[in-house]
Ligand binder design. Structure first.
Ligand SMILES: [Zn+2]
Length: 334
């Protein structure tokens, strides 16, 4: 398996970049457009490594000095452009790292490759400065602009670049990756596949997050037992969840997935498609006990809770209301 094959999916993007490398016919600027976790950095890094490999060709040899430097991010002609200030790439950053640097010939490689991650965080002035390089690029310059929001790039930049879009993977590819490459068991692989929605980076991050599994247990305990749990226990659960606030989105994702599973079983009767495979009986029980309206309402309520927390409404209040709704006693507090 060569390095390009190791990047899961993104066949179109890989084809565009590999054929550019094969024909030595690169564009001076590429925009890699895809959501966070879709593999932009891996692709840009591999493209740069391929272009610089001393052996040439479409697959880096992995052995030459250039490949080894690229691998350890020490290649003098592969420049990672970041901002001095967190979260923004300013005009000085672009001038120092790109515009003024691009005129200096490559140190050892055939190209000078600039990789700008989160290129959409470039200020307008920074983007205007970059245009200078894009308008008259030295022959050896290749710019890689990575973004999850190409709309934030100036049209003049977009029109001078080749846009390569990254797409969500199908569930089967993610599932196979989790099982075969990361060695997850079927149950974990199913749940993560459902929650990562074709995003390989997110799938990998979830698989490594132990807190995520603890939250899953807690979410399942609550959805399965809420009806019989005393209110005092639910309040305790809220207190507990408050300590895991950073990962609370995952808790909500889990709840939503549960009620989606239930809704799906209720609508189609198809138990095979349940994401919580090991919990099939319990999902069916939820589907049996709740009406369509209740299930839909719960899903909406979870979304609403997320939104309220983002708006900084009191954690305790919104979470208590949510758990009471899950318990089926939402009216008691109203
Ligand atoms: Zn090489």
């Amino acid at each position: 398996m060569n390095e390009w094959d190791k990047i899961i999916g993104q066949e179109n993007a890989k084809a565009v970049l590999q054929s550019a490398a094969a024909n030595d016919h690169t564009s001076h600027a590429y925009i890699l457009d895809g959501e966070t976790g879709s593999g932009k950095k891996s692709l840009a890094g591999l493209f740069a490594k391929t272009l610089q490999c001393e052996e040439g060709g479409t697959v880096p040899c992995g052995k030459c000095t250039s490949c080894i430097q690229a691998e350890s991010r020490n290649h003098p002609d592969i420049i990672y452009v970041t901002g001095q200030k967190e979260g923004t790439i300013g005009v000085d950053d672009v001038r120092d790292r790109v515009v003024n640097d691009a005129w200096i010939r490559p140190y050892s490689g055939r190209y000078k490759i600039y990789i700008v991650d989160q290129a959409d965080t470039m200020t307008v002035q920074a983007q205007n400065a970059l245009l200078k390089t894009l308008e008259e690029p030295p022959a050896y310059v290749v710019l890689m602009l990575l973004t999850n929001n190409a709309l934030k790039l100036l049209p003049t930049i977009v029109s001078r670049s080749m846009t390569v879009r990254l797409h969500a993977l199908d569930d089967k590819a993610v599932y196979n990756y989790l099982k075969k490459e990361l060695g997850l068991n079927s149950e974990r692989a199913e749940v993560i596949t459902a929650l990562s929605r074709g995003n390989i980076g997110r799938a990998r991050a979830l698989s490594e997050n132990e807190e995520f599994w603890r939250l899953k247990e807690e979410a399942l305990r609550l959805v399965k037992n809420a009806q019989s749990l005393p209110v005092a226990d639910l309040l305790l659960a809220v207190k507990d969840l408050k300590e895991k606030k950073e990962d609370i989105e995952e808790f909500f994702n889990m709840l939503t997935l549960w009620y989606r599973d239930a809704l799906m079983v209720k609508t189609t009767g198809d138990r095979e498609r349940i994401s919580f495979r090991e919990e099939t009986a319990a999902v069916c029980e939820t589907a049996g006990k709740k009406s369509y309206e209740q299930l839909n309402r719960l899903i909406l309520r979870i979304e609403d809770t997320r939104k309220k927390l983002r708006e900084n409404v009191s954690f305790d209040i919104v979470m208590e209301l949510l758990l009471l709704e899950i318990k089926g006693q939402e009216n008691k507090l109203q």
